[in-house]
Ligand binder design. Structure first.
Ligand code: PMP
Length: 291
């Protein structure tokens, strides 16, 4: 049985419902996070809650709980669902309003938290690497809806995912309106060129990934230079290695982009080394699931 937290109460999955007048439902007006628990600990909980509150602030949404209370809700939801290894989804939605857009007419933001298991890709994709393509859908222009906001409106990403799936691949690479590489539909991107690691900067139109930050720290510990910046597809097509990072996908290698094989077309050694470091980090660090 799975239990969902909604505004102070846990409901059985089938009874966990929000109003159709909630602007989260009507307009995608709200923010969320995707967090993982490993080995009885929540990975980078503070960072996720900080990002949730930053996303909320940018859309002028004030959660009805403090950051500390939000952390407690996340931990309680794990306990309620006996989750030691799993995926947690806190949501702050604008709450119930009328059928107009005006968020100031919404009474009170709703706090929702789901904890479950997730598996995005089968093990063979981690062993052989993903084939991805660039899609025509661009990442949002920073000043329309900044991609750093993890909002409930994921249609930009979903449109890109649709293009990828229609073309027979599982993931899409999105460029920003200037044609620079931004990110994939739910993951940040890294490449290796001549022993240095590169990733699109957040200003290129990507989410400030928490997995990406952890992997970059591990790479620096291993003595690599990690360089955020502008990246074009030239850089990716001619790279030696490529991988994606995200809470749900964790670290997944990419061996083909737009039908160009990356490096020798096999999963690379730097990816493998950092993956081992990442697994160790997630198993040994985090906020204990206990009150
Ligand atoms: N980009 C997008 C668009 C995402 O939705 C996600 C997943 N939250 C990421 C990147 C990866 O971020 P994180 O490592 O913090 O999960």
């Amino acid at each position: 049985m799975s239990y969902v937290y909604i505004d102070g109460t846990f409901y059985e999955k089938e009874q966990a419902k929000i109003s159709v007048f909630d602007h989260g439902f009507l307009y995608g007006d709200g923010v969320f996070e995707g967090i993982r628990a490993y080995n009885g600990m929540v990975f980078r909980l503070t960072e996720h809650v900080d990002r949730l509150f930053d996303s909320a602030k940018v859309i002028a949404l004030t959660p009805s709980v403090s950051k500390k209370e939000m952390e407690e809700i996340i931990i309680r939801t794990c306990i309620e669902n006996s989750i030691r290894d799993g995926y947690i989804r806190p949501i702050v939605s604008r709450g119930c309003g009328d059928l107009g857009l005006n968020p100031y007419l919404c009474k009170k933001p709703s706090i929702i938290c789901i904890a479950d298991r997730i598996s995005l890709y089968p093990p063979e994709d981690y062993e052989n690497g993903l084939k991805i393509i660039t899609v025509a859908t661009h990442r949002n222009y920073n000043e329309s809806l900044n991609p750093r906001v993890k909002s409930l409106n994921y249609l930009n990403n979903i449109m890109a995912k649709i293009e990828a799936v229609q073309s027979g691949v599982k993931e899409a690479l999105l460029l920003n309106p200037l044609g620079y590489v931004a990110e994939c539909t739910g993951d940040n991107l890294f490449i290796v060129r001549k022993g240095k690691i590169y990733t699109p900067s957040v200003q290129s139109g990507s989410l400030d990934g928490i997995t990406a930050a952890a992997v970059a720290e591990l790479a620096v510990k291993r003595g690599f230079e990690v360089i955020p910046g502008l990246m074009s597809r030239f850089d990716i097509w001619t790279s030696d290695e490529c991988w994606l990072t995200g809470t749900a996908a964790e670290m997944i290698p990419v061996t083909s982009v737009d039908a160009r094989s990356i490096g020798d077309g096999k999963v690379g050694p730097i990816y493998k080394m950092l993956l081992a470091d990442f697994k160790h980090l997630t198993e040994t660090t985090g906020t204990p699931i206990a009150l």
